[in-house]
Design a protein around this ligand. Sequence first.
Ligand SMILES: Nc1ncnc2c1ncn2[C@@H]1O[C@H](COP(=O)(O)OP(=O)(O)OP(=O)(O)O)[C@@H](O)[C@H]1O
Ligand SMILES: [Mg+2]
Length: 142
Amino acid sequence: MKKLTFKSPDETKSFAKDYASQIPNGKVLALIGNLGAGKTTFSQGFALGLGLDDSIISPTFKLVSEYHGERMLNHIDCYRLDSSRDFLNIGGENFLNCQDGVTIIEWADIIKDIWLDDWIIIYLDRDESDEHTRHITITQNA
Ligand SMILES: Nc1ncnc2c1ncn2[C@@H]1O[C@H](COP(=O)(O)OP(=O)(O)OP(=O)(O)O)[C@@H](O)[C@H]1O
Ligand SMILES: [Mg+2]
């Protein structure tokens, strides 16, 4: 388990950008955190690290987006889903084994019952006293 603190959106993005280069294709990243915790900001940095433009990932709700760069990025936002059943109904499982890239899932706690052991689980929390600080915990089994 890795615990990190980032004091600005740029720090979060820059970490996520470098982190992307350590993540092999086929991986799923599950992001968990409240509104404004930084899930989309993290995803934007990650996109940069995959050779994509960060502006492709907008904070506006979109269920599933697929991006083709040097490596692929699938971005899924479960915010409006009620359960993993909804996720499966929209074909979510088709994104969970992407051989050409990585899948990031925001609000992944909503589909917790279908998490797999090889997913990377990333918790994001706002700092209690500083509005520009976020605490990020990364847990990885395999
Ligand atoms: N250290 C930080 N890391 C990331 N974002 C930060 C940080 N400090 C401030 N922010 C701000 O917090 C907000 C995070 O918004 P973001 O859309 O990334 O959150 P989110 O977790 O995706 O929220 P939502 O649940 O609405 O999708 C942005 O406005 C960002 O600029
Ligand atoms: Mg978001």
